[in-house]
Write a new protein. Structure first.
Length: 178
């Protein structure tokens, strides 16, 4: 990553440049390919300011902070930058889940999947009061709730069953083997 440091109204010393360089290089742990970084430090009367701009693939991050101390302003700007990078990394991670497309599942002979990646794709959890009822009543509850399936305790077998809609006026029943 290319790092450019600009100083306004002050002389950029080697120790200050090295301090900034080390701080900015830490950002590389959040992205594999950071393209460039621009750090602008400036002094205006009693205000010391640090602005950090980092460009990664297709996105640019910016943070700007001020303090009565230049090193403190740099630290504050870096803290803000790291928060942005962490947040973006989490968003990217959650949006690029390791989901396996159904077409791949149907074509694949080997269905050993990474269970963790499938579990991470769960975006809704429904909880049911497990009521004992007939299959007919379970279909009625499913229709009443507007659901595509309904889980219940079958009053004939006393086991958990699931009814589901297959098509127009066509239903399926999932039940455990005896």
């Amino acid at each position: 990553m290319q790092i450019n440091i600009s100083a306004r109204h002050l002389k950029l010393t080697n120790p200050l440049a090295e301090y900034i360089q080390k701080k900015v290089e830490k950002c590389e742990k959040y992205f594999d390919h950071l393209v460039w970084a621009q750090v602008i430090i400036s002094v205006e009367k009693h205000r010391q300011m640090a602005e950090i701009i980092i460009h990664a693939k297709k996105i640019t991050f910016r943070s700007k902070e001020e303090s009565s101390d230049l090193y403190a302003a740099i630290d504050l700007a870096m803290t803000r930058m790291e928060k942005q990078l962490k947040k973006h990394k989490e968003i990217v991670k959650s949006s690029h889940k390791n989901a396996v497309p159904m077409a791949e599942l149907e074509e694949s002979d080997d269905l050993t999947l990474d269970v963790e990646s499938l579990i991470s794709n769960i975006d809704e959890i429904k909880q049911y009061d497990m009521k004992k009822m007939s299959v007919h009543n379970a279909i009625g509850e499913m229709k009443k709730n507007g659901d595509k399936f309904y889980m219940f305790i079958n009053d004939e077998s006393s086991k958990v069953n699931v009814v589901y809609i297959k098509g127009v006026n066509s239903y399926g029943l999932l039940k455990p083997k005896a």
